[in-house]
Design a protein around this ligand. Structure first.
Ligand code: B4P
Length: 203
């Protein structure tokens, strides 16, 4: 890890929500609008799997079962990715942090660079809708973790057991905004941009 000081004016955002809540979908639109550096641990892990690296092969075993990959692995990946992008105008963390330990590690990592999280936008979607979306994506995505309803349910259980507490962690510093994650992709995007724009003005 290098400790280069990054611009204190960076805008750092966490897009939070259960599997299938629209994090990946909305991230694509947000990075196009704000030019933030997109850091998706899901995408980083899938790229390791595609390369057949040792890390990817280990992660695949967990992901195919719908379980979270060990904290050390994803923390290491995010730390390296932040270091690789000192010129970014800000980071959009998508699918990270997913455990309290990851949240603490992210805070430490950002603090070393004199940075912090500006806001966590948390997408709120009912469980029935999550399952419906992921089953539908499974018809075309080729993702083994979308292919099987039991695996999808395990992913949602993992979210309740380990991930939902991450929102409580950021609530302590008043950084969480709940966003209705059902409705059209464009309407949800508008709700997200409203929150971001109002905070960027204050930044
Ligand atoms: P991720 O890649 O993060 O995948 P995800 O949570 O399933 O997807 P996402 O939430 O981005 O999908 P989206 O709603 O956009 O994680 C995959 C796995 O990687 C995890 O299970 C875990 O094993 C591992 N992993 C990743 N990060 C980790 C971490 N930090 N720690 C440990 N393990 C980690 O899309 C879902 C579908 O909904 C799409 O088909 C989309 O088209 C549709 N959709 C989106 N918005 C919609 C809307 N408004 N209406 C209707 N459909 C919509």
């Amino acid at each position: 890890m290098n400790f280069t000081r990054m611009s204190a004016n960076m805008f750092n955002l966490i897009l939070f929500g259960p599997p299938g809540s629209g994090k990946g979908t909305q991230s694509e639109k947000l990075i196009a609008k704000y030019d933030l550096k997109h850091l998706s641990t899901g995408d980083l892990l899938r790229s390791e799997i595609a390369k057949k690296s040792a890390l990817g092969l280990e992660a695949k075993k967990m992901m195919d079962k719908g379980q979270l990959v060990p904290d050390e692995v994803v923390i290491g990946m995010i730390s390296a990715a932040v270091d690789e992008n000192p010129g970014a105008v800000g980071f959009l963390f998508d699918g990270f942090p997913r455990t309290s330990k990851q949240a603490e590690a992210l805070d430490e990592l950002l603090e070393l660079k004199h940075l912090s999280i500006n806001v966590m936008l948390a997408l709120n979607v009912t469980e029935a809708e999550l399952v419906k979306r992921l089953v539908k994506r499974g018809e075309t995505s080729g993702r083994p973790d979308d292919n099987n309803e039991n695996v999808i349910k395990t992913r949602i259980q993992e979210y309740h057991k380990k991930t939902s507490a991450v929102a409580d962690y950021y609530k302590k510093s008043d950084k969480v905004v709940l966003i209705k994650g059902e409705g059209s992709v464009d309407d949800i995007f508008t709700s997200l941009t409203k929150e971001i724009d109002s905070r960027m003005k204050k930044n």
